[in-house]
Write a protein that binds this ligand. Structure first.
Ligand code: DAH
Length: 338
């Protein structure tokens, strides 16, 4: 005559074997092994047993509990496997897969990388600043008076809190000088915003590479030589560079930079690509005021600065006829730069 615990075990094992799904299996588990399950309740019954019987039945109880637990685990694993192979069976592995399209860098991004690469070789470090700026960084510190037309709401995007979208990357000049004393040699690449009428050559968002070099005895000759070098690295040795007098509040003298290159489609034509000049002493003084020191003493230090129109450079380099193409996200356009 088998012990009642052994009978319980055999009964449990039969039910586990015949359980048709995970839910039925769980019901069986609770029935035998749950807190008041019929196997578990033997723990309580043991107390009433004679002293010499206890170890024998205790051992049996352990064996039964282990056997039933193991059987439940095995059955659970079977259900799990069935579910997985059921899902797999619906997949036809002989079908061709879904191809992943390989993207490429946006032409403006490629332009940015090329520009930065050349300037890094020339010893410039990367600086940066935010697109949302204060009037201080965009205008005041750059010697631009309150009545200057660039500060007009017709020309600049203002936020309701008085901040604005930077109209040029020259803001980073001020940020760089505020955070480090001279000598300084930095470039910054990023977006700028103006309320321009949008057409083939104007966009409300455009991109610039800003440059700033401050040291003792920096001259216009340094400025011209370095920008000429940059243009020839970018457009090839047959590139002519021309500097024409201009006006910017933050430089004196100020110049505009034009290029012409036989290697390019628009070979014979001079194209304006940058503004530049020698940093105005008033800019150094504004930085000193913000720094609360005399680090940028205009008697001791001089500097040049420039702002390159990246969209323009990319349009020349890749022969792109319309600036709006950069932002239209047309794959037929973008794929040509893969
Ligand atoms: N910030 C000027 C613009 O966007 C370009 C420029 C001119 C930048 C002269 C400079 C500079 O750093 O020195 O039109």
């Amino acid at each position: 005559m088998p012990h009642p615990l052994e009978q319980l075990r055999d009964e449990a094992l039969r039910q586990i074997e015949s359980a048709t799904d995970e839910q039925a299996l769980e019901t069986t588990r609770v029935k035998y092994l749950g807190r008041s399950g019929s196997i578990s309740s033997w723990g309580e019954k043991m107390k009433a047993l004679a002293k010499e019987e206890k170890p024998v039945v205790g051992k049996l109880l352990n064996e039964v509990r282990n056997a039933v637990t193991a059987a439940i685990e095995t059955r659970n694993a079977q259900f799990h496997l069935q579910r997985e192979s059921g899902a797999l069976a619906k997949i036809d592995i002989s079908l061709p897969g879904t191809p992943h399209e390989i993207g490429s860098l946006h032409p403006l991004h490629q332009m940015h990388e090329r520009g930065i690469q050349i300037f890094r070789r020339m010893g410039f470090a990367l600086a940066e600043g935010p697109d949302v700026e204060t009037e201080w960084y965009c205008f005041d510190a750059l010697n631009t008076p309150p009545d200057h037309p660039a500060r007009n709401e017709q020309d600049t995007f203002y936020l309701s809190d008085g901040r604005l979208l930077r109209t040029h990357t020259s803001t980073v000049q001020i940020r760089a000088m505020e955070s480090a004393p001279p000598p300084l040699r930095v470039i910054a690449s990023g977006a700028a915003y103006r309320r321009d009428e949008v057409d083939a050559t104007h966009s409300a968002q455009f991109h610039q590479i800003e440059g700033l070099y401050v040291d003792e005895n920096v001259s216009v000759a340094d400025l011209k030589g370095e920008l000429e070098f940059f243009m020839r690295e970018l457009f090839g040795p047959g590139t002519d560079v021309q500097f024409r007098p201009h006006y910017f509040p933050f430089t004196e003298p100020s110049l505009e930079v034009y290029v012409r290159s036989k290697a390019l489609k628009r070979g014979e034509q001079w194209i304006e690509v940058a503004g530049c000049g020698m940093v105005h002493p008033a800019v150094f003084e504004a930085v000193n005021k913000a720094r609360d020191d005399k680090a940028y003493d205009p008697e001791k230090w001089s500097g040049y600065a420039f702002g390159l129109g990246m969209d323009r450079l990319a349009m020349i380099l890749f022969d792109i006829p319309d600036i709006r193409l950069f932002a239209q996200n047309d794959l037929r356009f973008l794929r040509q730069f893969g």
